[in-house]
Design a protein around this ligand. Structure first.
Ligand code: F6P
Length: 329
């Protein structure tokens, strides 16, 4: 919905849900762009939970000095399940009104965007979303801030595991993050020459995994790496390990990379896209563009309706899936 007559004099910016490397670059761009346009900017600390506590501070240019290269988020974050309740959102709308915050920029993933959409629909608050999650699983955008850094971190880890796997002629199951999506697993699989990638939520074909490992050994391979997308709940690689050992007599090691993938210094790509998105989000609010998301489409930055960004993105038809099959033979 456009609201061309409402001039934004102040805005709030928050990070919500799982942090991702590059969020700080986005916050910095929001703060500095807003101040440059004479818009007051308030940092909302700890996501929606912090908003409900009134944990809000006015930001200055210096508030975001020396942060572009840091992982995590200087605004802190949280997963706030109570925000799915209408009464709680009403309370949040009152707080924004009392603090005289005219518009909101939410940096986060699917759940955070749903909260922003509900706040907008129920209380008419102008909102703009900036996609920030390592999972790259938001529909409506090809890219989410933090994904590239997470892939880089996981790839570096798998390369290290490959060294020791080769030295001992071992097979490793390496589990990567992504929740219900397989984007990290697919890209890490391609970049590390994995023998097999287990996609999130696929019916696990143990015969095929065992066959791929055995085929590699017969061809003289000294190591095998199977990338496992964690799926709904972390720890899947241990379940696969059990079956491979018990039913197929294959000795495997499991390694869950875990939260190491969420931290660390953001890559140049993440800093750049985050900075562009922060800048574009402020301009969008100023121009009266409500309920939109800063998105990447065909490689270009654009604005898409928030309503188009509320479901997970399908990864099953991605180019990477075919690439994995083609290269993993
Ligand atoms: O959404 C990002 C993410 O890192 C997922 O990949 C992962 O499943 C989840 O968050 C872990 O969440 P938490 O840190 O709350 O356990």
């Amino acid at each position: 919905m456009n609201s061309p007559y409402k001039t934004i004099k102040s805005l709030g910016v928050m990070c919500s849900g799982g942090d991702s490397p590059g969020m700080n670059a986005a916050v910095r761009a929001v703060v500095r762009t807003a101040i440059g346009l004479n818009i007051d900017v308030y940092g909302i600390y700890k996501g929606y939970a912090g908003l409900l506590e009134g944990n809000v501070q006015k930001m200055q240019i210096a508030s975001v000095s020396n942060i572009v290269q840091r992982g995590g988020t200087i605004l802190d974050t949280s997963r706030c399940l109570e925000f799915f309740t209408p009464e709680i959102r009403q309370e949040a709308a009152h707080i924004l009104c009392r603090k005289q915050i005219d518009g909101l920029i939410v940096i986060g993933g699917n759940g955070s965007f749903q909260g922003a959409m509900d706040l907008h629909r129920e209380h008419g608050i102008p909102v703009i979303g900036i996609p920030g999650t390592i999972d790259n699983d938001i529909s409506g955008t090809e890219y989410t801030i933090g994904f590239n850094t997470a892939v880089q971190t996981a790839m570096d880890a798998v390369d290290k595991i490959r060294d020791t796997a080769s030295a001992h002629a071992r097979t490793f199951l390496v589990e990567v993050m992504g929740h219900r999506s397989s984007w990290i697993a697919l890209q890490v699989g391609v970049c590390t020459g994995a023998e097999h990638v287990v996609l999130a939520n696929e019916v696990i074909d143990y015969e095929k995994i065992a066959g791929d490992i055995k085929k590699g050994i017969e061809r003289g391979k000294t190591s095998s790496i199977i990338i496992v997308a964690e799926g709904e709940k972390a720890g899947l690689s241990y379940q696969i390990k059990e079956v491979l050992m018990k039913d197929f007599n294959i000795n495997v090691h499991a390694c869950v990379l875990g939260h190491i993938q969420r931290g660390g210094t953001p890559t140049a790509l993440d800093r750049l896209i985050a900075s562009k998105m922060g800048y574009a989000a402020v301009h969008a609010l100023k121009d009266g563009l409500d309920a939109h998301v800063t998105a990447i489409k065909k490689g270009e930055l654009t604005m898409v309706p928030l309503a188009n960004c509320l479901q997970g993105k399908d990864d099953s038809l991605s180019f990477e899936v075919n690439l994995i099959y083609a290269l993993g033979i």
